[in-house]
Design a protein around this ligand. Structure first.
Ligand code: GCB
Length: 652
């Protein structure tokens, strides 16, 4: 049956997955004196395989020749990056489950194909969910998981023939199974009095639409054949001196010289080093501070790495520049410290989601979102419920927006999703995530999951292992997962550094009874703190509001009700933040698309902005609160007397 074949095709593929301990780095493809980059954004040929078993593309080997009629049948023009779901007018394609095929040809500069000292790499920012890649009909890569980059060295392929172009074919399967991340199940509807033969649907336990496709930039880039493969930077502070510990890995040769320079924002070299690892000392360092915590937040140095190798043909160099923020992060039993000062998270949970493009990366949307965060006075967000684009993380570094970086471990509900296979994959995903995001100063904590059934018996071992592995990968950051289990049954909570708890008081229970929020919320906090003596973040709270729907006294779904829920939460948060509550993140920044259910009105409407990024009443309420919090908790070291009063937009 079609569904079984779809799931089977994915499952088969997953078993070939790589083992633990990733090989190599995943540096962002930046241009430099030794590296070129060619973006493959634009229109690609696209075809969904609607055949009953979804495997016609493999049976007919669509990767062997160009994807066009008469060979493989009709194609569509599909924009990249974008989800494929909402671009067209075809309802069947919107909800399609199975393999889709993308293809495009890329012209290559002559030097890339003729200079054998050049390495040509194909890099895919995100392909949701399982992807297989061919170049000129040759299999070059396979990857599981939709939110992290992967790449293939295609030098040999493009340097072996007379062609100055290459044909890239990518098959992507969006099927989710119990051991994928996020997990899902294919449900077979076998009652033929109700469903046609072979009918199946994709079932999931998370609250967002399973958008699919090539969601982020696809690029070709070059490096020399001996190249800087990875850089690992951690920072610490000793009195006024910033310490930058670096480790660089090189591929292609064992005989090389490495020089590193650290430059400040004015371009002055403030420290120099040589060799693959070392420590740079920066006297009177400018620290990386979060937005609204300092008059000059988000200070970034540049680590300039120069690799030199002597070859028979002469000397060859590779250059890479990495932005570096010097800062420290620490957790006490009731505080989160950045550079030794208490930090209060006042921010949002987001989604990568918008009209038409779905989860597709889009610069105007991204800048609008950052402008809204700055307007709101938000100093933090969580990448609910999967890793966001690398360009998002770069902007967080540049603007001082603190990030809780979350894995796609959402919807882990069934006991099968705690299997060894699931755990193995989850460990790998954490490796990929840490490898990609470890150098971002904005990232202050890893979140391994959202709202798992952490009260189930296997959850104890699962989260113990997962959190220990993440800490081993990155001892410099705290680790958490976000829970909605009860404080006395949660088997994962003993292993987290910070308790992140979600609650929807007077929304998913006690409908309309705003008067119980204060009591229930105070009880929630007290129970967790008494049990664990760890700082707590209210990692989600909120209510749906359909923009423009008003009712006073407040009724559910009106803008007034959303505001009232927030106000009730804030009364308790204002007491508890004096003790051990270290943050509040509203659910959600903007309305977003979900599966169709009777609880969702064309998506989840808990945004304080609409999906088109227009403010609801709650946005103004939060804005006033966040700027007030910034005034109270902001700190100016030079003035020596906290609190440092930031300029409130209300007095401009
Ligand atoms: C939650 C989930 C989030 C949902 C939200 C809601 O607890 O973490 O993914 O969208 O509640 O609105 O129900």
């Amino acid at each position: 049956m079609a569904g079984r074949a779809v799931a089977g095709a994915v499952l088969g593929a997953l078993l070939w997955g790589c083992g633990l301990a990733l090989q190599g780095g995943m540096l962002y493809p930046r241009e430099s004196a030794s590296r070129e980059r060619k973006d493959l954004d634009g229109l690609w040929k696209f075809r969904a395989d609607f055949s009953e078993n979804r495997l016609r593309g493999f049976e007919q080997q669509w990767y062997r020749s160009p994807l066009r009629e008469p060979q493989s049948g009709p194609t569509l023009d599909m924009p990249v990056p974008s989800s494929f779901n909402d671009v067209g007018q075809d309802g069947q394609l919107r909800g399609f489950v199975g393999w889709v095929w993308y293809e495009r040809e890329a012209m290559l500069p002559q030097r890339w194909t003729q200079d054998l000292n050049t390495r040509v790499v194909l890099r895919i920012g995100s392909a949701h969910y399982y992807a297989i890649v061919w170049v000129n009909g040759v299999h070059v890569a396979e990857h599981e998981g939709g939110h992290l980059p992967f790449e293939a060295d295609i030098s040999k392929l493009v340097q072996s023939g007379p062609l100055s172009f290459c044909r890239i074919t990518i098959a992507i399967n969006n099927t989710l199974a119990p051991h994928t991340l996020p997990p899902g199940t294919i449900l077979y509807r076998t009652d033929t009095s109700m469903y046609p033969n072979g009918y199946f649907v994709q079932d999931t336990s998370f609250d967002f639409f399973n958008y699919a496709g090539l969601h982020r930039p696809v690029v070709l880039y070059t490096t020399p054949t001996t190249y800087i493969d990875d850089i690992d930077v951690t920072t610490s502070v000793d009195q006024n001196t910033g310490l930058v510990h670096y480790q660089i890995s090189i591929q292609g040769s064992e005989h090389f010289q490495l020089e590193v320079h650290l430059q400040d924002e004015e371009g002055n070299i403030v420290a120099r080093g040589t060799g693959g690892r070392g420590q740079l000392q920066v006297p009177n360092a400018h620290l990386w501070w979060p937005y609204l915590m300092h008059e000059h937040p988000a200070y970034l140095y540049s680590l300039e790495v120069r690799l030199t190798v002597q070859t028979a043909a002469g000397s060859m160099s590779d250059f890479y520049t990495l932005p570096v923020g010097i800062r420290t992060v620490a957790v006490t039993k009731n505080q989160f410290l950045i550079n030794g000062k208490p930090f209060y998270f006042h921010g949002v949970n987001k989604h990568e989601d918008s009209d038409i493009r779905g989860r597709g990366f889009d610069w105007p949307l991204l800048m609008k979102d950052f402008n809204l965060l700055l307007w709101l006075g938000a100093n933090a967000f969580r990448t609910s419920h999967y890793p966001y684009a690398e360009e998002v993380m770069q902007l967080c570094d540049q603007y001082g927006i603190v990030v809780i970086d979350e894995s796609p471990g959402v919807g882990i509900k069934l006991s099968q999703s705690y299997s060894n296979q699931s755990l193995q994959h989850h460990l790998e995903v954490m490796e990929e995530l840490v490898r990609r995001d470890k150098n971002h100063p904005a990232v202050v904590m890893w979140s391994v999951a959202n709202e798992p059934t952490s009260f189930l018996e296997p959850a104890g071992y699962y989260f113990k292992t997962l959190i220990a592995h993440t800490k081993a990968l990155d001892p410099s950051r705290p680790v958490t997962f976000v829970t909605n289990s009860k404080y006395d049954t949660d088997l994962g909570a003993p292993y987290v550094d910070v308790i992140c708890v979600n609650s929807y008081l007077s929304w998913y229970h006690d409908y309309g009874h705003l008067e119980v929020i204060q009591l229930q919320l105070a009880t929630q906090f007290e129970n967790w703190y008494r049990t664990y003596q760890k700082p707590i973040i209210q990692s989600e709270y909120g209510a749906d509001a359909i923009t423009g729907l008003h009712h006073d006294p407040p009724l559910m779904f009106s803008e007034e009700y959303q505001k009232s829920v927030l106000e009730q939460y804030h009364l308790v948060l204002d007491q508890k933040r004096k003790e051990y509550v270290i943050g509040e993140l509203i659910w959600n920044f903007a309305d977003f698309m979900t599966d169709q259910t009777p609880q969702r009105v064309i998506g989840n409407k808990k945004g304080i902005f609409t999906r088109q990024r227009q403010p609801k009443g709650a946005a103004f309420l939060l804005r006033e609160r966040y700027w007030k919090l910034a005034n109270e908790t902001g700190y100016h070291p030079a003035a020596g007397k906290p609190p440092y009063l930031v300029k409130s937009p209300f007095t401009w």
